[in-house]
Write a protein that binds this ligand. Structure first.
Ligand code: GRF
Length: 213
């Protein structure tokens, strides 16, 4: 399948006056959505890359309220729907989605979707993979495990999504210290700061590289 963004690039090469449409991002999130909002703000003045859709698997997730406030189209989809490649693809096609960002999203991405969007789905993990990742390692549990393991540093990992939880190739990592007296909450706070600082610009770089813009 030729992605619409690749088609645009091809047309622009043939005809420099061709009007390129923006790369369209869907964000998938299960919780508060502070990263989703931060990413939206980063791209809000951009014409080449836009956040066009937010999907949550939790009807009551705060991210859906944020989306409404920010004027971003948003949808609740059930776990079975999100596990079904065709259901997700039909939504992505409706919104012409080119790239997918996971931001605190807790469900597995179906294999068919990964195949249809190769190197087009990325995730952020709140620790330094390959340590402290895998099924069930999310939220407070990650930071508690880091503290209990006596680690002296933690951080963030941004990686492509493949068929296994937290195992896709790593694009970017940033570290922060873990102090002896730190609680999991204090580590989480430091890690969140790294997420806000780096996730949007890393998404920007990945998209520009993948789509040649
Ligand atoms: C972040 O720490 C992210 O790394 C993890 O889930 C958290 C989501 O936070 N995967 P928020 O919903 O963006 O506030």
């Amino acid at each position: 399948m030729l992605f619409s963004a690749q088609f645009n690039t091809l047309c622009a090469t043939i005809n420099p006056n061709f009007d390129m449409r923006p790369i369209r991002i869907a964000i998938l999130a299960s919780g508060s959505g502070s990263n989703a909002e931060n990413i939206f703000n980063y791209f809000s003045q951009r014409e080449d890359i836009q956040i066009n859709l937010i999907i949550s698997n939790k009807a009551e997730a705060y991210v859906l309220q944020r989306a409404k406030r920010l004027g971003i189209p948003s949808l609740f989809m059930s776990k079975p729907e999100l596990g079904d490649t065709d259901s997700v693809l039909s939504v992505f096609r409706k919104y012409s989605i080119d790239f997918v960002v996971l931001a605190g999203y807790l469900l597995r991405i179906p294999d068919g979707l990964i195949k249809t969007y190769p190197n087009r789905i990325i995730n952020i993990h709140p620790a330094l993979l390959p340590k402290f990742g895998g099924k069930g390692m999310y939220g407070e549990k990650v930071h508690r495990t880091v503290v209990e393991s006596g680690e002296r540093e933690s951080g963030i990992t941004i990686h492509y999504v493949n068929e296994n939880y937290d195992e896709g190739s790593i694009v970017f990592q940033a570290k922060c210290p873990v102090l002896e007296e730190d609680t999991p909450d204090e580590v989480a706070k430091r890690v969140h700061e790294l997420e806000y600082k780096h996730y949007p610009s890393v998404i920007d770089q990945i998209i520009r590289k993948e789509f040649g813009i």
